[in-house]
Design a protein around this ligand. Sequence first.
Ligand code: BG6
Length: 500
Amino acid sequence: MVIPENSRIVIFGASGDLTYRKLIPALYHLFENNQMPSSFAILGASRTEYSDDAYRQKLKNSLTEQEQTDPQLLGAFCEHLYYQTLNTSDVDDYTQLKRRLGQLDRHYNFKRQNTLFYLATPPSLYDIIPGCLAAHKLNDVTNGWKRLIIEKPFGYDLRSAKSLDIEIQKHFKEQQIYRIDHYLGKETVQNLLVFRFANGIFEPLWNRNFIDYVEITGAEFLGVEERGGYYDNSGAVRDMFQNHLLQVLAMVAMEPPAAINADAIRNEVSNVLNCLEPLTDECLKNDLVLGQYTESMVKGQLLKSYRNEHGVPKDSRTETYVALKMFIETPRWQGIPFYVRSGKRLPTRVTEVVIHLKRTPHPVFAQNAPGNKLIIRIQPDEGILMNFGLKEPGAGFRAKSVSMNFHYDSLENIQMLTAYERLLLDALNGDATLFARTDAVEACWEFVQPILNYKQAPQSLFGYACGTWGPKEADALLRQDGRNWRFPCKNLTNTDYCEL
Ligand code: BG6
C-alpha cells in the first residue's frame, strides 16, 4: 500500500451534493484505513459562507446520516477540514485562497506545497478555475506537485471538449489533469483487464473467431430524481454512454497493454476508441434507438413520466434511454457487433457485460445446445458467471444450460475501495491510469457526435413505460439479427432481484 505524500486538497464546490455524498465519505474512509498522508489538510471552497467549525459540523452531520461512523475517528478526521468562502469565478477572490493555503502550510509545517485541486463545480467553471489559480501562481510546481481533478461532463460535444482542453492546458499540463470517469474506479471494470489477459482459458478466445457478439448494459431503476434541469440538457447519450459505457467497452475490447502503467494502458484505450466504426446516417436510422420513460405503476407505486419530472419541460425530447449496435474496426473485432444500452427507470439497477461465444460446428450436439455466455457483472452483486451446456441426465444427448458462478463477496478479508476512494487515492499518488486522457475523451465525443447531431433534428424517440426494459424497438434491434438481450432479472414481479 502506497501512502501519498503530505498534501493539501482543495475542493471547489465544497457545499455541493457531490462533496457531501461522495468526496468527503471517500476521504473519511481512506483516513479510517490509514491511507491518507500522515499530514494533510482539506480546504473546501465555495460561495456559501461558513466558518471552519460550521463547515465541519455540517460534514459531520452529513456523514453520520449516511453511515455508521466512529465518533473519535470522525472528530480526528474533521480536524483536517477547513473552509474558505470564495466566489470561484472572481479572480481577485483567489488572494484569500492563497492566503489560507499559506496559513495551512505554516500550521502543518508542509515542506512542499503538493496540492490536489478538485473541481466539483458546475462544468461552466471548469475553464475559469484553472486560469484563476494560475493568475495567483497556485499552479506553480517549483515546490510541490499540483494536480487538477475534473468531474464529468468534460465538454458538451467534441468542439467544446476540445476548447475546454485548450483552455485548461494553458495553465496545467496534460500529466497534471485527472479527468474522472468513476466507472474506471470500479474494481470490476479494472478486473476486465486481469480477467482477459491473465487467464489462459479466456485470452485466446477473446476475438472475432470465437465471440459472436457482445452486450453491454448500464441499467438504472432510478429516474432523474432532482437533476431534471441538468439531465434535460444532457440525456442518456451524454450522461452515461459517451463516458461510462464507452470506457467499459474500451476495457472489453482493447489490445493488451505493453506494461501496467498509465501511458501503456491509456494508449490502448485510446487506440480502440479511435477504431470505433463511425456512425453513418444509415447506422443512425437502423442501429440506434432512443427512448423516454412514460408514467407507469411499478410495484404498487405510480412512477411519473420523464416529462413530469421536476425541471423537465413538458414537451422535452431528451432521451432517457439509448441502445446502439456498433462495430470496432480492428482485426480482433472485425464484423462483431457490440450492442450497448443504457437507460433510467428500467426494472432494476444493473451494469454488466455479456460475451456470447460462437456455437460449436458439430451438427448433432450444437443443435439443441445453448450458446456459451460469459457474464461479467460490474454492479451490483459483482461477479462473473459462465454458462455452458451439460448433458441432460437420461436417455439421448440433449444439452442443458448450467452455470458456474463467482461472487466478489465470497473473497474473504478483502477490502474493496469504492470508485471515489480508489480514484482520490490514485490522484494523490500521481497515478493517472484510471483517469481519462484527452485523446480518449475526444475519441468518445467524436464517435457520439453524429448521435448528438441526429438528436437535434426531428428524430424518432420511443416511449417506454417505467419499470420495463426500454422501447420494444430496442428488442427489435437484436431480433433482426436473430438475437435477444440478456434478461438480468429473475422475474418482473420481483424486479429488485438480479440474477447473476
Ligand atoms: C453519473 C450519471 O455519472 O453516473 C448519473 O450522471 C448516473 O445519471 C450515475 O445515475 C450512475 O453511476 P453508478 O455508479 O450508480 O452506476
